[in-house]
Design a protein around this ligand. Structure first.
Ligand SMILES: NC(=O)c1ccc[n+]([C@@H]2O[C@H](COP(=O)([O-])OP(=O)(O)OC[C@H]3O[C@@H](n4cnc5c(N)ncnc54)[C@H](OP(=O)(O)O)[C@@H]3O)[C@@H](O)[C@H]2O)c1
Length: 379
């Protein structure tokens, strides 16, 4: 007899008139293929990339001032308007229902022939569509969690932990010896800070408030700079001179912070040079933009010399380069350090209906420091 699991999943759709619709839709999951499992989803974080999918796109989000709650208490529906200028960026998803939630954790309730060893185990998983009560997915996208681990600790095993490790791997494989990190008080930034302390890797954290600076200093950070301080640029040049760091990771993207970092690296690299070179230093400087926290254009002041590069950095692309063995090694480390180096802390647990509450939507859309939300679809 085939086991069938019924429940709800959250769905985000944008229609041709520019209306975003968030709602709960019914879900039936059954018949796992030989290599598949069915997981009862218990926890899934709201990461900035999930928000982007849920509300439109990172560069084209719906206008939260237009949020409108309709439907019933049991089956709420939230509508919002997407501006006509944003619709071009969204054309590929018009009319397509998307369930957000890139990663999560839950209990394996059914398993195909080759995946029986997962049955009854609590797993961490990736593959999207986690804001749902059940999820069918490949066993290769699951990692069995230690029996005594709280499910919320296993909910965010992939995106931010692998990204922090991926930055360090990129640093090593590309021949750098330390890194600058912008918006460094984020959930990911705090993991990177703990990782660099543990592995003795020079890290310059850049934040945008004294509270964020205190947070990282209290967690043992050596260098924390506040980009809003009047002395920021000189402090950055000094820290770069001291450490010799020439690699930076920037999740902000828009504005001139990337340019400031490259210019400060160039200034640090030329400080001790006695002969003038009108092309600047020969020290190569690399900055990777890996997020869209500020979707406005990236502004580059051209006086950064000629030995520099700005590139994009995406975890999924990098994992392909690190290869299966590299990824397995990283996942093993994450699994062993889920409650320490790679721990996430959550502001609130949200059942699927809570995720559709307009006040709560505005709260989790802030992406504010220390405010990470956990979707718990069974609540
Ligand atoms: N490329 C990839 O593969 C990849 C993988 C993982 C994560 N990411 C990206 O990494 C970033 C951090 O993710 P997370 O889960 O750690 O986020 P998070 O915990 O929600 O933190 C977001 C942080 O960004 C800051 N911030 C927001 N808007 C900003 C702006 N315009 N300028 C400067 N700082 C700003 C916030 O500070 P305030 O409190 O001051 O607002 C907060 O500290 C996101 O952009 C995410 O998309 C990318």
């Amino acid at each position: 007899m085939t086991d069938t699991f019924d429940g709800f999943q959250l769905q985000s759709t944008i229609d041709v008139s520019g209306t975003l619709r968030l709602e709960l839709v019914e879900l039936t999951v059954s018949d796992p293929a030989p290599d598949e499992v069915i997981v009862r989803v218990e926890a899934s974080p709201i990461n900035p990339s999930d928000l982007a999918v849920m509300l439109g796109a990172a560069t084209a989000p719906a206008d939260l001032d237009t949020l409108n709650l309709t439907g019933s208490q049991d089956r709420p529906i939230v509508l919002a308007k997407v501006s006509p200028e944003s619709m071009g960026a969204l054309s590929a998803r018009i009319g397509i229902g998307i369930t957000p939630g890139a990663e999560g954790a839950g209990l394996v309730v059914a398993a195909g022939r080759n995946a029986r060893h997962f049955l009854g185990r609590r797993v961490s998983m990736r593959g999207g569509g986690m804001y749902a009560q059940y999820r069918k997915l490949r066993m290769f996208d699951c990692v069995a969690l230690p029996d005594d681990l709280d499910v919320s600790s296993g909910a965010a095993m992939f995106i931010n932990p692998l990204t922090a490790l991926g930055f360090v791997e990129t640093m090593r494989t590309e021949g750098f010896s330390g890194l600058v990190h912008l918006a460094a008080a984020s959930n990911l930034g705090q993991m990177l800070n703990r990782l660099c302390i543990a592995d003795d890797i020079p890290l310059i954290n850049v934040v945008r408030s004294t509270e964020q600076a205190r947070l990282l200093l209290d967690q043992g950070a050596r260098y924390v700079l506040d980009s809003l301080s009047p002395d920021y640029e000189s402090e950055l040049r000094e820290a770069l001179y001291e450490t010799g760091i020439t690699l930076a990771f920037d999740p902000i993207g828009g504005g001139s912070q990337a340019s400031q970092v490259l210019a400060a690296m160039e200034a640090a690299a030329t400080r001790d040079v006695s002969t003038y070179n009108r092309y600047g230093s020969e020290v190569f400087k690399q900055l990777y933009i890996y997020g869209l926290l500020n979707p406005s254009p990236t502004v580059l002041d051209r006086w950064v010399g000629f030995a520099w590069s700005i590139g994009g950095w995406l975890l999924t692309h990098r994992l392909q380069r690190f290869g299966k063995d590299g990824e397995a090694r990283m996942l093993e480390r994450v699994r062993n350090e889920l409650t320490t180096t790679f721990a996430s802390h959550y502001t609130a647990r949200l059942g699927l209906r809570d995720v559709l509450n307009p006040d709560i939507i505005r709260a989790y859309s802030r992406k504010a420091t220390g405010e990470k939300f956990l979707v718990t679809p069974q609540d």
